[in-house]
Design a binder for this molecule. Structure first.
Ligand code: 5GP
Length: 183
């Protein structure tokens, strides 16, 4: 669906589907260049990263493999606490592999910080992070995100894999919801 299909629920569009796709193409080219001659393992964080993973992996012009982790992060309301539980672990052994974590959004960075620690202990050859969106607070955390789609304001956004109450993941555009949706 597009923002116009749910115009009554929407406040404003931050990025159109075309803007998102253009940025994915740029990031794909950068990642291809950085990993030339190496086989990359993309690790997607379910559920939010499904769209980014699908598009980024297809934007790459070199081989890659993919695996998934599902985690639940406890928090109050829309903020995470950094207390993370693994709901689905990887199916593959990542030791000695070049791993790129594919994230939808980094807010406080607490979830990512946990993930990095967890994956680092499995001794990959290298470990980097790509996120489609990053909020200002994340910049102050000690997690080094190598590839960022867009830095965004400190607002709750939906679309392109990001949900509110399970909905809006299938929205092509990315933006904020009208006040009445939360009531
Ligand atoms: P962090 O641990 O970085 O604070 O939170 C990361 C997770 O919180 C993301 O993977 C995502 O699930 C959720 N999240 C943070 N900000 C937003 C947002 O603006 N919209 C949506 N839908 N989820 C968000």
């Amino acid at each position: 669906m597009d923002a116009k299909d749910i115009a009554q629920d929407f406040e404003h569009v931050l990025f159109t589907a075309d803007q998102v796709q253009d940025r994915i193409t740029e990031l794909g080219a950068q990642i291809d260049a950085d990993y030339e001659g190496k086989e990359l393992l993309l690790i997607g964080v379910l559920n939010g990263a499904i769209m980014v993973m699908a598009d980024l992996s297809r934007a790459l012009r070199s081989h890659c493999t993919m695996d998934w982790m599902a985690i639940s992060s406890y928090g109050s309301g829309t903020k995470s606490s950094g207390v993370v539980r693994i709901l689905k672990d990887l199916s593959t052994d990542i030791s000695g592999k070049h791993v790129l974590i594919v994230e939808d959004i980094v807010d406080t960075g607490l979830t990512l910080s946990y993930l990095v620690q967890n994956l680092q202990s499995r001794e990959p050859a290298s470990l980097e992070i790509m996120t489609m969106f990053r909020k200002p607070e994340a910049i102050t955390t000690d997690v080094d995100v190598k590839y960022v789609g867009f830095d965004i304001p400190n607002e709750f956004v939906v679309g392109y894999g990001l949900d509110y109450a399970g909905r809006y993941r299938n929205l092509r555009d990315v933006g904020t919801l009208a006040e009445h949706v939360y009531r």
